[in-house]
Write a protein that binds this ligand. Structure first.
Ligand SMILES: [Zn+2]
Ligand SMILES: [Zn+2]
Length: 144
């Protein structure tokens, strides 16, 4: 861990990585302005692949990949082979899953939620019954 001066704002910041030249604040700032550049470039060149985008905008490839993962941008070409579905490995345009896996994952998720809800109902019934008894007892005591 060393202290480095940010090459943009001059602020001193701690870093694990000696090569790091931008403080976190400036880095995130760049992240947003780079995103605008990438988005504008893709808007003007909808068919561009990641190499073209990186070259034209001078934005790091890794950063463009991050935008893709965050579903902030989309690569139009279906066969770009840049992103793969984390479930079946098919090439995808944006996000984590291909359309059919996303549907499957959602189905599985709601199935799991249903099971959990049923289990919860099972466990909560005795507790609810106990509560009613408590209220009943209290009412009788109040009358006295
Ligand atoms: Zn800075
Ligand atoms: Zn898939």
């Amino acid at each position: 861990m060393g202290l480095v001066n940010c090459s943009k704002c001059g602020r001193l910041f701690g870093t694990e990585n000696d090569d790091e030249i931008l403080c976190l604040r400036c880095k995130e700032e760049g992240y947003e302005s780079d995103f605008k550049k990438v988005r504008e470039y893709l808007y003007a060149n909808p068919g561009a692949d990641i190499e073209e985008v990186a070259e034209a905008t001078e934005v790091e490839r890794a950063r463009i990949m991050r935008y893709l993962r965050e579903e902030r941008i989309e690569i139009v070409d279906e066969e770009n082979a840049l992103l793969h579905c984390s479930r079946c490995g098919k090439s995808i345009k944006t996000g984590r899953y291909c359309a059919s896996c996303e549907a499957d994952v959602k189905k599985e998720l709601s199935g799991a939620l249903d099971t959990m809800r049923k289990l919860n109902e099972k466990f909560q019934k005795p507790a609810a019954a106990k509560k009613t008894t408590d209220i009943y007892t209290r009412n009788i005591t109040d009358k006295k």
